[in-house]
Design a binder for this molecule. Structure first.
Ligand SMILES: Nc1ncnc2c1ncn2[C@@H]1O[C@H](COP(=O)(O)OP(=O)(O)O)[C@@H](O)[C@H]1O
Ligand SMILES: [Mg+2]
Length: 367
């Protein structure tokens, strides 16, 4: 894979061994080659200068960034090495810039961006009310959450959204007594009843793909219920079979809320502007009473399960970024490119599920 000069440009890629083992490398190498790119797997334990020139630095550094922010010396060293390299090679296109990725490491930080977005208010898009706990003082925490309009039931989530499995250990809490299980730093967020349907949106620039996943059943506040602990993977994976997803009999008759794709595009527009990642995803649940679309999570470089022709769309997006950057578009505009003028477009965004699949390859992993 390394050391060939047949190609115009080189993509240097880094991801964890775990991600790397799942990645469909054969497909990625082929599609890169067909677009004229060489692919180099980077080793962050060695100086990046020694690994040949690269034009594009593609990475999934979230866990290392999170560990560095937590004071891990080895992770800090790795991130400094990457940042130094990128500052010495400012012509390298980074997917995605580390400072933009950092925004999504902390749930409180990105919920605040969503919460303050004025354009959401008249479109019935929202992020549920949330508050951050930095101590274990239940009385104080209760006051904080009430002051911020957070209502039971709540979901308690670690503030740190990446870095380990712990970042996905959640608790549904039904009353003040239950707040004693919160482990700071964490956020509590009002629970939105959504009939156990989660909509996951995967983005590559302005291309998107939406799929449904199981989610939590409906809950109501109660003085009697004990907190319910769960991890996201147990409940929300495509093949999860958790009893927490089985609707109670009186909820089953509920009218099914349909996803409004205009709202999804409005959310994408805001994320592109405010967070500016090419590779991102977000989770939406629909309030089963109001129909409001609630954004409950944003992810960096997500799994892209079932994304039709993932590699082809990804390389087309890279081509567009490279072309714009060689046409002297300011680097800070990179996140806003990947605009389309062709069919299957709506307001500059493309739902890839509406394009005929040319290659029949879904997602980025070996299935
Ligand atoms: N405010 C909420 N209301 C209802 N369900 C929620 C809410 N927040 C999270 N969930 C449920 O918990 C799951 C995990 O929460 P999420 O914030 O997406 O964390 P993760 O980073 O682990 O994906 C979601 O997929 C959804 O099923
Ligand atoms: Mg999620």
């Amino acid at each position: 894979m390394n050391g060939t000069n047949r190609y115009d440009k080189t993509i240097g890629i880094w991801m964890s061994d775990k991600k790397s083992q799942k990645l469909n490398w054969n497909e990625l190498v082929c599609v890169c080659a067909s677009h004229g790119y060489n692919l180099t797997k980077l080793d962050l334990e060695r100086p990046l200068e020694d690994q040949g020139p690269i034009d594009i630095f593609l990475h999934k550094l979230t866990d290392i960034l999170a560990a560095a922010d937590q004071g891990d010396a080895k992770a800090s060293f790795t991130i400094s090495r990457v940042e130094q390299y990128l500052s010495n090679h400012s012509n390298v296109i980074v997917i995605d810039p580390l400072d933009n990725v950092r925004i999504l490491l902390n749930r409180y930080r990105y919920y605040s961006i969503l919460h303050n977005e004025p354009s959401f208010r008249n479109q019935s898009i929202m992020t549920p009310n949330f508050a951050e706990f930095t101590t274990s003082d239940v009385d104080l925490n209760y006051d904080i959450m009430i002051q911020r309009g957070v209502k039971f039931p709540v979901i308690c989530k670690p503030s740190l959204a990446h870095g380990s499995k712990l970042a996905h250990e959640m608790v549904v809490i039904f009353n003040k007594t239950g707040l004693s299980v919160c482990k700071p730093p964490c956020v509590v967020q009002s629970f939105v009843n959504h009939n156990a349907v989660l909509h996951k949106v995967f983005l590559i620039g302005n291309r998107y793909h939406i799929c449904e996943r199981p989610s939590l059943k409906n809950f109501n506040a109660s003085e009697n219920l004990a907190p319910i602990f769960y991890s996201t993977g147990e409940v929300c994976k495509a093949d999860s079979q958790s009893t927490l997803s089985i609707l109670d009999p009186h909820d089953i008759a509920d009218v099914r809320m349909t996803l409004n794709e205009d709202k999804i595009r409005s959310i994408i527009r805001v994320l592109r502007k405010e967070i500016g990642l090419v590779l991102a995803g977000f989770d939406v649940v629909i309030d089963n009473v109001t129909g409001d679309h609630a954004v409950i999570d944003i992810n960096v470089f997500p799994s892209y399960d079932n994304f039709p022709d993932f590699f082809e769309h990804f390389l087309e997006c890279i081509d567009e970024i490279v072309n714009r950057s060689t046409q002297n578009v300011c680097k800070s505009d990179v996140s806003n490119i990947c605009q389309y003028t062709s069919g299957n477009m709506s307001n500059g965004f493309m739902n890839v599920s509406l394009c005929p699949s040319k290659y029949g390859v879904t997602g980025m992993n070996i299935n």
